[in-house]
Design a protein around this ligand. Structure first.
Ligand SMILES: [Zn+2]
Length: 227
């Protein structure tokens, strides 16, 4: 049931926090205020009509996040209208993977496009867009191939996991692939200009909405279409 989101629920949150809805006037059009639009069963878009669009949307975003929603600010191309995407809570699709430094930084800022793991990539994550999170600790055995990105306990990049293969002798995925390890291959890496602090966990984990929102303010993460 959490899959479905209704514009009326979003209206109710904004109204109960004292915001005025935009009302339609046949001669003058939409009056100042918020306006919600259902976009399929799993997303509601929020607009602000009238002056103060940017500030009002920021205020709506704060209220909706406080109510537990993930909110993704967006602007139509070429300085077009601003809006907020509000996906249904269960749709929160993005997972994160915690990786020790300097490896997370090497993915974000160098040529590392492979993650060495002792376990096989679970098939359901193949093709997923994930957050690359730098662990709080440094891997002391690591060979550092370039400048070390000294960021710990933060999301540093977004990447797509494309697949996984076993490497017996480490001759593939050089110079980053280890021997006798599963190589999880990565592509389309986008480094965050402002790393987003987060706690991290073992395996794939679900970032809190606030973390995801802070990442999404920097990088566009498409909504996943299948569960
Ligand atoms: Zn490989």
């Amino acid at each position: 049931m959490g899959r479905i989101i209704h514009a009326r629920d979003i209206d109710a949150i904004l109204a109960s926090n004292g915001y005025e809805p935009s009302e339609y006037n046949p001669t003058t059009g939409w009056g100042p205020g918020y306006r919600t639009a259902q976009a399929g069963r799993r997303q509601v878009n929020v607009f602000h009509d009238g002056p103060g669009e940017a500030d009002s949307l920021t205020a709506y975003q704060r209220e909706l996040q406080a109510a537990g929603y993930c909110v993704i600010p967006d602007q139509m191309d070429r300085g077009g209208r601003r809006r907020l995407h509000v996906p249904s809570r269960e749709e929160h699709p993005v997972r994160a993977l915690t990786i020790r430094q300097p490896w997370a930084g090497a993915i974000a800022h160098q040529s590392k496009r492979v993650e060495n793991r002792s376990w096989k990539l679970p098939g359901k994550h193949e093709g997923a867009r994930i957050l690359i999170h730098a662990e709080t600790q440094l891997d002391r055995d690591a060979q550092i191939y370039g400048p070390h990105l000294g960021v710990y306990g933060a999301v540093v990049a977004v990447a797509t996991v494309t697949g996984c293969h076993w490497s017996e002798d480490g001759t593939c995925c050089g110079p980053w692939g280890f021997d006798r390890a599963y190589h999880w291959t990565l592509t389309d890496v986008v480094a965050l200009t402002e790393p987003v602090p987060a706690k991290g966990a073992l395996g794939f984990w679900t970032p809190p909405d606030a973390v995801l929102a802070a990442v999404q303010r920097q990088v566009y993460l498409p909504e996943r279409t299948s569960p």
